[in-house]
Each structure stands twice: as C-alpha cells, then as structure tokens.
Write a protein that binds this ligand. Structure first.
Ligand code: FAD
Length: 374
C-alpha cells in the first residue's frame, strides 16, 4: 500500500542509535538519504548492549504475523552478514532449550511440533547427544529431550551497531552523540521541521525516526503523541571466563546462558527478573544468576561477575512492535519494539522503504503505530 504522493526526504533525524536506529539509518544511507544519528549516550550502549541478544522466532508463536516477521528478520540477518561481513557480531550456531518438569517439557515439545508444522527448522535430541555433539560442558540428564533450533543465533549488538553506524558515516551520515533530543518542532501544517538538542543546537530535518528504545514514549510526547509502553525490566550479567565453555545461547531450566565474545558469558533469567520490582540489589541478582548458571555449567561457578545492568524492555503496551508513520504527524515515524535484537534488520529495511517511497509493507500491517490512539 502507498501513502499519498511521497516526497523524498531532505534530511532524516534518527533519534536513538541502538539496533533499531542504526538499522533504519544504515538502510536510508544506502539509498542516498541524508541521515543524522542522534543519541544521548554512545551508539549501541542502550538496551541493545544489555540484551540476552538471542535471534529467534521460536519464542514468538503468540501471533502468526509476529512469528512471520521474526522469521523474515532471521533471513534479513543472513543477508546482512553477506553484505557487511559477519565479523565480531554474528554467531549463527543455533539455540538449545530443555526443561526440568513434565508440564514445561510437554509444552516445549508441543511448541516444537507447532513450529515444525510452520516449516521452522527444529530437531529434538537427548541430553547425552547434546553433550557429545554440541555442548560438552553441560550438566544435564542423558535422557532429557533437548530442542535444538539450528537456524537461531546470537548477535553482539554493540558491535553490530558500531559497524552499521561506521558504514553509514563513511557514506556521508552525520552524528551527534552525547546529546539529547529535547524538542521536535513542526511547521504550521503540523509537518516535522526541526529537532532541538540539549547542547543548544537546532537541526533542520523533514523526517524524524523515534528509535529511542525504552524512552520512546517520552520522544513521542515531543510531537504530542501518546505511545503507551510497559514497565518490564530485566537484568543481564556478564561473567569473565578464561575459556568460554558454551558455544550457543540456551534456555536451560531457570537460567539463560550464552557466549559473549572470547572471554565472557552473558546470563539472564525471567525468574530472577521477577525480583527486580521487589527492590533486589543488582549485585544480588548477579550472584543468583551465576548460581543458577553453575548448576548447568559447573565451571561457571568460579567465574568473576564483571558487569550487571537492569534495563527496561522497550515494549509497546500490547506487547507488539510499533513501526511506521503516524499519519497525524507528517514526517514522524516509530521504530519501537521488544525483541528488537531479532527484529532490527527487517524493521530497518521495511521502515526505510516506507520513508523513501511511502511503501507500507503488508508484513507490518498488525504493528502500525495508529492502533494506539489513531
Ligand atoms: C533483559 C533483556 C533481555 C532481552 N533479550 C532479548 C533477546 O534475547 N532477543 C531479542 O531479540 N531482544 C531481546 N531484548 C529486547 C532488545 O534488547 C530490545 O528490543 C532492543 O535492544 C531495543 O533496541 P533499541 O534500538 O530500540 O533501543 P536501545 O538500544 O535502548 O537504543 C535506544 C537509544 O536511544 C537513546 N535515547 C533515548 N532517549 C533519547 C533522546 N531523548 N535523545 C537522544 N537519544 C535518546 C538511548 O541513549 C539509546 O542509545 C531483551 C531486552 C532485555 C532488557
């Protein structure tokens, strides 16, 4: 579907340079659009750097259109790795999941069956096979069924953002880092005209992309739009290890574990996230995460905790992405989503096409911003 007669944008301000902003900005720059990246901090250091960073569609079965969008993004990642090279950010070695109680195990196998019926690649192995062929360091029962999703991956978000921004800047994009967007100005007819930064500068732009992650609701407020978002914080801890004992992300019972480069492992757990609102100290959350990880990978027990951060997930109120134009504010676009590590490449590509040509892709039909306060 096409929106009216589109004029090619003169200059696009991308507000927020995490996985979403960098993907949109890089795609626009590739098509010769002038982009200015703006971030209050440094690129890739928001939630994108504090994510479990698992690229998947197996956890996205709640709605078929959402699953399809995630599958499309997994394909977009493979293409991105071909275009820009996979070094230091792309780790496509699959994902493992198993359970330790009969109800959770039955649910896991039922989901695996559903996914297979949707042509998603899934293999069911035993604990013994997994230890022999994939992950020798795991302590798990020999007979436990382990679901292996070979097409899933993890991404080093900060490295990928830095690569995309670097390529865009080499192609002419500008950047303003370490400065907040304080205001967004509009012409008499309501169309976007300027962004005002906390360093006092004012930039002339005709398009803004709100990719401000957990602060997206605040940025939406600058154009008098109400974008309702959830409060759903999560804690990620990094631990140091001389040799990383796991090769891929995994959902073990009570704990998620993945490699995080050559000397580090990242840990997360929804069960431990539940303690955040009770006021638990991040150092204690980190200790609990390491303790749970030790039960699955004994050699992690002695690892040093290096960094822990609690971040809010950027989740629009109904749990689904908010992507595209907001027709009541000409020139204003949103790129706000949970699972943004997975969805960054497809949202970047589709939103750039929409900004450039007014092309509203059917794949985003269920995720349009105007479903909130049209
Ligand atoms: C614990 C946890 C686990 C997760 N696990 C996964 C997972 O396994 N897989 C997955 O796909 N997703 C996961 N996610 C979600 C995923 O991390 C996010 O959806 C994604 O990183 C969001 O990227 P972003 O670019 O929108 O936000 P960010 O990376 O936060 O970038 C937004 C940027 O906007 C900037 N900003 C904000 N306000 C302003 C302003 N006024 N002016 C200028 N700049 C501004 C910030 O400085 C920031 O750099 C997880 C999230 C959490 C918290």
């Amino acid at each position: 579907m096409q929106i009216g007669s589109m004029k090619r944008p003169e200059r696009v301000a991308v507000i927020g340079v995490g996985i979403l902003g960098s993907s949109v900005g890089w795609n626009l720059t590739r098509h010769g659009v002038k982009v200015v990246f703006i971030d209050s901090g440094q690129p890739g250091e928001g939630v994108t750097n504090w994510s479990f960073s698992w690229v998947n569609a197996s956890n996205k079965t709640a709605r078929k259109s959402y699953f399809d969008l995630n599958v499309a993004s997994m394909a977009a990642y493979r293409e991105l790795a071909r275009i820009i090279g996979p070094d230091s950010w792309w780790y496509p070695h699959g994902h493992l999941r198993w359970a330790d109680d009969p109800a959770a195990e039955a649910k896991l196998l039922e989901t695996a069956e559903l996914l297979a019926s949707w042509d998603y690649r899934v293999e069911v192995r035993t604990g013994a096979e997994v230890r022999r062929r994939l992950e020798p360091a795991l302590a798990l029962p020999d007979e436990v069924p382990v679901v292996f999703y070979p097409d899933e991956a993890w991404v080093h978000g900060r490295h990928l953002v830095s690569r995309l921004v670097g390529l865009a800047v080499a192609a002419g994009a500008e950047h303003r880092f370490g400065t907040d967007v304080r205001d967004i100005g509009a012409r008499g007819d309501g169309a976007i005209q300027t962004v005002v930064l906390s360093d006092g500068s004012c930039l002339d732009v005709d398009v803004v992309v709100n990719a401000a992650g957990p602060s997206a609701s605040h940025v939406a407020g600058l154009v008098a739009r109400h974008l309702p978002m959830r409060w759903e914080p999560g804690a990620v801890t990094r631990i140091d290890c001389a040799q990383v004992p796991v090769h891929r992300p995994m959902h073990a019972p009570h704990i998620e574990i993945r490699p995080d480069g050559d000397t580090s492992v990242a840990l997360h757990s929804r069960e431990i996230d539940a303690l955040i609102d009770a006021g638990e100290d991040p150092a204690e959350l980190a200790r609990l995460l390491r303790e749970s990880a030790r039960r699955v990978v004994p050699e992690l027990g002695n690892s040093r905790i290096t960094q822990t951060r609690v971040s809010n997930r950027p989740i629009p109120a109904d749990g689904f992405p908010s992507v595209g134009a907001v027709p009541s504010v000409p020139g204003y676009y949103e790129a706000v989503t949970h699972s943004g590590i997975t969805l960054g490449p497809i949202i970047g590509r589709l939103l750039a096409a929409e900004i450039l040509r007014g092309k509203r892709d059917q794949m985003l039909a269920d995720f349009r911003p105007e479903r909130f306060f049209p």
